[in-house]
Ligand binder design. Structure first.
Ligand SMILES: [Zn+2]
Length: 269
């Protein structure tokens, strides 16, 4: 019987194109919380803000001094974490496959870049917390410098204002992340490129995501429509796992690091 690992090994060594979609599960093994639930709650005085309150254009536009300290704190959490073996395996896979690999990530923590995945072949469809850009769009994204900050302090420090001001229009810079009340696009988040890569792929490997946002669901629909090989790496049952068992791929019921290590070792990479 053909297993998911055998199928992938053959594709890897016979010119196949592979898209890998990663989500919170791969970052969790580096100690990064999802920030979407209670881990992302933010207390200012007696008010507790939820991530879906803070991560919106609407809130930022009305009160950037509320939103920025939350991002500065989140960025610190991300910078204190290190890429894990699953991130490193994807770097190795890219070294072997070159342009036959496209990495699509929902994570904004920047760990794929820090591990060594190339900017060119990595589509950060929700952005990257290590970058910022002009809120009005006149200055493209650039790396956000470190801002002196006391951990968990929700206060906005006016000494940050210069750094967070656009050099062109003197308006606010904003985090380079997709907010709840915003839409995917190509220019900022490479939405079309992610779709196109999926349409042209022979296999889709899904690592640590349950696909609750619309792009992963769309990628799954493309994979099913085209009868692609689908491999899901996830310790818990989810829609990708179920769909994967109906293809020549399958469900690797494991953590991101164990699953990616198994793929690399089966392919002798
Ligand atoms: Zn500007």
């Amino acid at each position: 019987m053909h297993t998911a690992l055998q199928t992938l090994t053959e594709l890897i060594h016979s010119g196949g194109r592979i898209v890998v979609l990663t989500g919170a599960g791969i970052s969790a093994e580096s100690g990064i919380p999802t920030f979407r639930g209670p881990d992302g709650y933010w207390t200012v005085g007696s008010t507790v803000y939820r991530p879906q309150d803070l991560a919106t254009w609407r809130t930022f536009a009305s009160d950037p001094r509320l939103v920025w300290p939350w991002y500065i704190w989140r960025r610190e959490v991300c910078l204190e974490s290190e890429p894990n073996d699953a991130h490193l395996a994807l770097v190795q896979l890219e070294e072997h496959l070159g342009n036959r690999l496209t990495l699509v990530t929902q994570n904004v923590d920047g760990l794929h870049h820090r591990a060594g995945s190339s900017l060119n072949r990595t589509m950060e469809i929700h952005g990257n917390i290590n970058f910022f850009r002009c809120a009005q769009g006149c200055e493209p994204r650039r790396p956000c410098p470190n801002l002196p900050h006391v951990r968990d302090d929700p206060t906005f420090h006016e000494s940050w204002k210069d750094t967070l001001t656009c050099r062109q229009c003197s308006g606010w810079m904003r985090p380079h992340v997709l907010w709840f009340d915003e839409y995917y696009d190509e220019e900022l988040y490479r939405f079309e490129s992610a779709i196109r890569a999926t349409e042209n792929a022979d296999a889709l490997i899904v690592v640590g995501t349950t696909g609750t946002t619309s792009l992963p669901a769309h990628m799954l629909a493309i994979a099913q429509h085209k009868g692609m090989v689908l491999v899901d790496i996830n310790p818990a049952p989810n829609p990708f796992a179920e769909a994967a068992t109906q293809t020549q791929g399958g469900w690797l019921r494991s953590s991101a690091t164990a699953g990616m290590t198994a793929i690399m070792s089966a392919a002798n990479l």
